[in-house]
Every structure is written in C-alpha cells, then in structure tokens.
Design a protein around this ligand. Structure first.
Ligand code: PNW
Length: 479
C-alpha cells in the first residue's frame, strides 16, 4: 500500500534521531543468572501464572542476556542512531540497595554499552521500566516514603559505572500506567489494590525520586559527563466530538499532566484540575485530607525544571466526554478523572484490546505539549503496533509510516521541538499480562526455539529505508 519514496525535500531534519526501544524484563531472560535478584515481575508471574494470557513468564523471554551480539547485529542492520533499553535494577543491586552490588550485572551492561558505542549507536537508558526489586516491595515498594532515596542511590551507581558512555537517561517509564495497574487497580505485580490512594502515592514518590536522581546528576556528574536526563510518560490524545477543548485538556492533564506538570510546567505542582477535583471528592468521602498528596512549596520547587528533555510514549487515542460522578464508594483515578471514553468506528483495531490506530492523535499531543510546556525538547520514546507476529506485517508498516508522518508535520508545520523517535519494539518480547500473544517487534522472535531465533519482518526494511533517507514513502490510493 505504500509507494516509492518521494524524490523531494526530506521529511525530517538532518539532526533528527531514529531509534528502537526495549525493556529489560521484556527481553533479557536470565532471570536467576549471575547473581540477579528477583523483581516484582519475577515473583508476580511465579506466584500468579494465571494472570498472564498464555501462562508464560519472562524467565527466558527473548534471551537477550545471552544474545547481545545478535541484538547488536540487528541494530546495525536497521541502522538506528540510538537504542533505548532499560537496566534491570536487580541485576545491578540484587537487594535493591547498596548492601549488594553485582559485578556480573555491571559487566553485562558494560558489554552492551561498549558494543553500541563501537557501532556508533547511542545508548539511551531507562533506569526503571516496571521491574522493582522484590526486596523493596517487601517494605511497601513505590509507596514507601523512602523510595526516592533508594532510587537516587541506584541512579548514582548507574551514573558512576555507565555515565562515561551513556548521555541519555530516562529515570522512569510510564509512571501513570505502572502506578494505576500496580498500586491502584492491582491487576499487575505487586497486586496492591488501593484504588484512589495507592496510584497517587506511587506517582508522588516517582516524581520525587526522579527529581532526586536529576539533582544528583547535576551535582556530581554533569560537569564531567555532560548528559541529559528526562522521564517518559505515556498518554492517549483526547478528541471531543463537540470540539470542547476543556475536555481535551482535562484528559491530557489527568494522563500526562499528572506526571509532567510538576516537572515541566512553569508553575510546578500537580495540575490545578486534579488538585481541585480530588480535594473535593476526598472531602465528600469524609476524609480529612486529599487523596492526592500535597506538594509543599519547597518540594514543588525541588521538582520543577528537573528535566532536559520530554519522553513521550504514544500508542492510541480516544474520544472523550465528561463522565458521571461515580459517588463516594469507589474512589479511583478513573472516577476522579471522569473521562468517558469511546472510539471511532473508522479507527483500525490492533491485536491488543486497547489498540486503535490514530496517528493524528500523536500530532495533537505534540502540539499540546509544545503549548503547555514551552516548546520543550521532545523524544517520542515509544510508539508501536501490536499484531500476532506475522512476518508480512502491513499493519505495522502503515502504523509506523503514518505516525512518523505526524511527527514530520508537527516539526515542519507546527514548529514542535521533536528531536527523535523510537519504535516499540526492536523485537517481539514479553508483553506483560498478554505474555507472548501480542507482538510488537520489527524482528520476529521464535519463543519456542532454544536460540530464540530472530527473523526480520517486512516492517524492518521499511523503517531502515526511512532512517537512511529521512523520507517517508507516499501513501498510494488503494482503490
Ligand atoms: C507500553 N495506551 O505501555 C509499555 O511501555 C511497554 O512496556 C509495552 O510493551 C508497550 O507499551 C506495549 O503495550 C502502554 O495508552 C502504555 O494504550 C499506554 C498504552 C498502551 C501501552
């Protein structure tokens, strides 16, 4: 369906960076090897295999722990400028803190980073992608007020060992998704069902941990290492059938602003709409304080401005209208947000229940971020398309091309400061609750072969061409 590449002007600036993303727990395997400690996902999948759609786990996954050379070969084949991967906290600190330090874990990432650098592929590191050390969960995990200290200590180890070569750091991946499913609804490890309270405490600690890691870097490492620190948040875009910009804004503040307003806005702190709603709901529930933690003046100031770039993960969008107040019985982020969401029948449906292809939503988000956060430097740190793992992945090709067309438009027509795009994912991997039943890779991974053989999908060639040419193929009419 996609025709030849246009001969005219490039679609992306010469400095624009293309990459691919993965996460440690989803690809590495080697779960108990060489001194790695357990994370909440190891324990969660071992104790509750029934929550994973196909009953699988991440014990071996794509076995990247043993196939670094093959992964590098794939990155070279694709020709990416950077590789966004995450570090498994418990491979470095098996107990979560400095009481344990695992040389072999450091050696593994040193090997990976060295090989990336040797091949002129910039390492872009996520410090935390859902895999909390189980030892920290035992003391309350992300809701323990000491969590930010634990995280700072871990970040300090990463800067010390890897910061000479790593210049792009993301502290956290998708705090809102993680906190809602892990400490709100409790459908994912560590299964804490505390809706309306747990998710807010979790995010509160994450932004404080992020700020600590940022300040530590500026104080002790920046001068020598000169890297950049950011955080990646996920959001849908929200369309309004009645063109009610307040509803678009409400949706985006509850999703993106919850995490990003305290860090990137001029005023700092949580979005006003959340502070007001949650305080008033909490009062109606008879509580003495708001379920949304209060950030005092000095904490707000400590968190504000603690980022050098803005990481955005985008997958899908919704139409939205104001939902009914659900009453005082079941407080939750969802009932506070009152986002009554729906989809458009014309949107293509992907393999995941939530996935509808809405490339224009990415354009909308990028323009909103530009206005809301003073044209901050943005990297699209994830964007991808789920299917059944077929090699002829036309759905992925269309999704990739149309989302990139939106990125190009945002830059060229709207002056958005987008400097990079990273596709999720380099290869098929452990898709959390969906196990291996939903695939996002540019490479197919045979999860039943002992070698976890990787085979390029059709989309790989398409992305490779885009990276090489910085041009998008024109869409051909399919009549
Ligand atoms: C991301 N949504 O989560 C995660 O960062 C990855 O680990 C995961 O494998 C990937 O997407 C695919 O699910 C999502 O708004 C966050 O619909 C938000 C959405 C979807 C996925």
């Amino acid at each position: 369906i996609y025709g030849s590449v246009k001969p005219n002007e490039n679609d992306f600036p010469a400095t624009f960076k293309f990459g691919v993303s993965t996460a440690a727990f989803q690809i590495e395997g080697g779960w108990n090897e060489d001194g790695r400690g357990p994370s909440i996902w190891d324990i969660g999948t071992a104790t509750h295999p029934e929550i994973i759609a196909d009953g699988t786990n991440g014990n071996i996954a794509a076995d990247s722990y043993h196939h670094v050379d093959r992964d590098i070969e794939m990155l070279r084949e694709l020709g990416v400028n950077f590789y966004r991967f995450s570090i498994s906290w418990t491979r470095i600190l098996p107990n979560g803190d400095l009481s344990s330090m695992n040389r072999l874990g450091i050696q593994y990432y040193n090997g990976l980073i060295d090989k990336l650098v040797a091949n002129s592929i910039e390492p872009m590191v996520t410090m935390y992608h859902f895999d909390l050390p189980y030892e920290i969960q035992k003391i309350g995990g992300l809701t323990n007020p000491l969590f930010p200290q634990y995280f700072e200590s871990y970040a300090n180890v990463l800067y010390s060992y890897f910061g000479d070569r790593v210049k792009w750091w993301m502290t956290f991946n998708e705090p809102s998704k993680h906190c809602i499913s892990a400490y709100g609804i409790g459908e994912e490890p560590p299964f804490v069902n505390a809706t309306g309270i747990g998710e807010y405490l979790c995010v509160d600690n994450i932004i404080k941990a992020h700020a600590r890691a940022y300040h530590r870097y500026k104080k002790d490492f920046f001068k020598q290492q000169g890297g950049k620190i950011g955080i990646s948040a996920n959001s849908r875009f929200f369309f309004s059938r009645t063109k009610d910009r307040n509803m678009t804004d409400r949706g985006l503040q509850y999703c993106l602003g919850w995490i990003m307003h305290p860090i990137y806005s001029k005023s700092g702190g949580y979005p006003g709409v959340m502070i007001r709603d949650i305080a008033s709901n909490s009062q109606m529930e008879g509580r003495e304080w708001s379920r949304l933690p209060n950030l005092d003046v000095s904490t707000k100031a400590y968190i504000k401005g603690t980022a050098d770039f803005f990481g955005l993960n985008y997958y899908t969008s919704r139409y939205v209208e104001l939902g009914a107040y659900a009453g005082t019985e079941n407080p939750s982020w969802e009932n506070d947000a009152r986002l009554n969401c729906s989809v458009d029948p014309s949107w293509k449906k992907g393999k995941s229940s939530w996935s509808y292809s809405v490339p224009e939503g990415l354009g909308g988000l990028l323009r909103w971020i530009k206005e809301e956060y003073d044209n901050v430097e943005v990297i699209v740190t994830e964007n991808g398309w789920p299917d059944d793992g077929r090699l002829n992945d036309d759905g992925r090709i269309e999704s990739l091309t149309e989302h990139l067309r939106q990125v190009s438009k945002a830059i060229k027509e709207h002056g958005c400061n987008v400097v990079g795009y990273s596709h999720w994912s380099l290869m098929d991997n452990f898709e959390w609750l969906a196990g291996y039943s939903e695939r996002f890779g540019l490479y197919y991974v045979n999860m039943s072969s002992p070698e976890r053989t990787r085979i390029p999908k059709k989309s790989l060639g398409v992305y490779k061409k885009i990276i090489e040419s910085k041009k998008l193929a024109e869409k051909l009419l399919t009549f």
